[in-house]
Ligand binder design. Structure first.
Ligand SMILES: [Zn+2]
Ligand SMILES: [Zn+2]
Length: 574
């Protein structure tokens, strides 16, 4: 329900939008028109398909209506009256039938009547004509259900003043330029193929290489930080998921079982049970703890087709997962080092700003109250010790334990959920996980689930948008192009290539029959960090003509000198 002044204006604009659509396309059946972040939308079932070219026409009509200073009048009528009033509006009739109250509230604004609880502005006089805009159309199923008809959703934005609107539109344009789905194709990184399946990205050579670079760094850092690596298969017996509780609590996110020799198997939605079975192959002593086990584990979770989005919302993804088993007295220290580790890694990838959330015990929970309190204290302790600002989300923890979430901010200030650190009292209990403590008694360890990047798919999508595809040298799948000026320089280009490749640099020779400037232009579009132009002069001086992606032409450089420069940048993760 709209509450602030601007939200009331946004919602009133939704009514004006519907009124305008009704005037232009008579016979339109209307769905709903709520307020959303920065604006509003209205869903309608139009007699003819709408195109983006219709939007200015609709916006013009809205302005005409607004200028008439139309009043919004609220009325309460009986459900029966409402049904008569909306007899030609099947979607509204459905809503009336779903009403729990005896009466229906309607709003009249000019000729347009809508079923609505309000609140609304008094008159369209209150709307700033310079501070709203109709932005786009999309398809949306009625009530969000794929089995229902597809309606046309018309979106608009509205702000207090023109400056805020202009700012928003500028940011939107910038975000579109950075859209990882477009850049993914332009830079030949990945694609999603209808024939293969929605939400299941296919990685092209450059995208797969980018991902490998991220994974290699991730593995190296984990080994340095006292983690061991595990691998577990993609499917497991149904009984395992029944025992873990996922089949009861998480089934709506899981895919249907498959039959293998009359035994039911499930494609895994999580990596945890496999790690627990590995833990249980030995009797563990307090001397073995903490055990930190990491896996780049691919999991599959059901997402409605309507919410799938490029790499950031998918149906199969690789978590940069880890589970730590520790003694209760080690918890504070473990959380502390995990947060440090996560923030360091995010910083290396170029994310220096973030918001931290601490989610506490929800109403429905498992485990002893005393343990919840201790665990929540341990999370707080670690955050405070590092002087990190955080927000408490009361009751937003998972049923099995409290958690810390870190949302990174990208170059446009958008927040993305990445790191999550969750304490779990449930699985150790379900699987009777134990260690022998100092007194020689069996005791339950604390289990921590954590992912630092979140998922490799999503994180790569965020990286693409953060850098607008211009990755730092250390991450770039292709770090330099070698551009021979003429055919007679091809041999020298090969020589330069061999010399640089020997230093593990990633290069491509661009010797197509195109002008040098055209090849440079193409390299700029492909966001290649360095272009090395080689001709007579360079060959004679055993050099390359270096073009920096940011600085342009930085002159001729001895090959050894360039190797020194670029390897230093890579080492410093630049
Ligand atoms: Zn309304
Ligand atoms: Zn887990």
């Amino acid at each position: 329900m709209p509450s602030s002044e601007i939200e009331i204006i946004r919602h009133s604009l939704a009514h004006v939008l519907a009124a305008a659509v009704r005037e232009i396309f008579s016979g339109t059946k209307f769905g709903i028109g709520p307020v959303i972040e920065n604006g509003f939308y209205y869903d309608s079932d139009l007699p003819i398909p709408l195109t983006p070219e219709d939007l200015p026409k609709i916006e013009k009509k809205m302005r005409e209506l607004i200028k008439k200073n139309i009043a919004f009048e609220k009325q309460k009528i009986s459900k029966e009256e409402a049904k008569k009033l909306f007899k030609d509006q099947p979607y509204k009739l459905e809503l009336i039938n779903e009403l729990k109250e005896k009466e229906a509230t309607i709003y009249k604004s000019g000729d347009f009547i809508d079923l609505c609880r309000g609140p609304h502005i008094k008159s369209t006089k209150e709307i700033n004509l310079d501070a709203f805009k109709i932005t786009k159309i999309a398809g949306a199923y009625w009530q969000g259900d794929e089995k229902n008809p597809m309606l046309t959703r018309i979106y608009g934005v509205a702000f207090d003043n023109k400056k805020d609107l202009d700012n928003y539109l500028k940011n939107l344009e910038e975000a579109e330029k950075r859209d990882h789905r477009q850049l993914g194709q332009k830079l030949d990184l990945f694609h999603i193929d209808e024939e293969f399946g929605a939400g299941l990205p296919l990685w092209h050579p450059k995208g797969a290489l980018l991902r490998q670079i991220i994974e290699d760094y991730w593995i190296g850092e984990h080994l340095k930080n006292g983690y061991e690596l595990l691998r577990t298969p993609h499917i497991a017996r149904l009984g395992l998921w029944q025992k873990s509780g996922h089949w009861d609590f998480y089934r709506e996110n899981m895919y249907s079982p498959m039959d293998i020799e009359n035994e039911k198997y499930i494609v895994k939605p999580m990596n945890c049970p496999g790690h627990i079975l590995i833990y249980k192959t030995h009797i563990r002593s307090y001397r073995d703890l903490p055990l930190r086990w990491a896996e780049l584990g691919t999991v599959y979770r059901y997402e409605r087709s309507g919410v799938l989005h490029g790499l950031t919302r998918v149906r199969g993804f690789t978590q940069d997962d880890a589970h730590t088993f520790c003694a209760p007295e080690q918890l504070g220290q473990e959380i502390d080092s995990t947060i440090k580790f996560g923030l360091k890694m995010l910083k290396t990838f170029g994310f220096k700003e973030y918001d931290i959330y601490l989610s506490t015990r929800p109403e429905k929970y498992v485990g002893a109250l005393k343990n919840w309190e201790k665990a929540t204290k341990a999370l707080e302790y670690a955050l405070k010790k590092q002087g990190l600002k955080y927000q408490v989300d009361p009751g937003e923890g998972v049923f099995y334990g409290p958690k810390i979430d870190i949302k990174i901010k990208d170059s446009l200030g958008r927040a993305w959920q990445c790191t999550t650190i969750q304490i779990d009292f449930n699985l150790p209990e379900k699987f009777a996980v134990a260690y022998v403590n100092q007194k020689g008694k069996k005791q339950q360890p604390i289990m921590i689930h954590r992912a630092l990047l979140g998922s490799l798919e999503r994180f790569t999508g965020v990286l693409i948008e953060h850098y607008a595809g211009a990755f730092p040298v250390w991450l770039s799948p292709v770090q330099a192009w070698i551009i021979p000026i003429a055919n007679r320089h091809n041999k020298y280009a090969d020589k330069v290539n061999r010399q640089l490749t020997a230093h593990n640099l990633r290069l491509e020779i661009k010797n197509e029959n195109e002008t040098v400037s055209k090849r440079i232009r193409e390299g700029e579009l492909q966001k290649i960090p360095y272009m090395l132009v080689v001709g007579d002069k360079e060959e004679k001086a055993k050099s390359v003509g270096v073009r920096d992606r940011k600085k342009g032409d930085i002159g001729m450089m001895k090959i050894e000198k360039f190797i020194e420069k670029i390897t230093k940048e890579i080492k410093n993760k630049k």
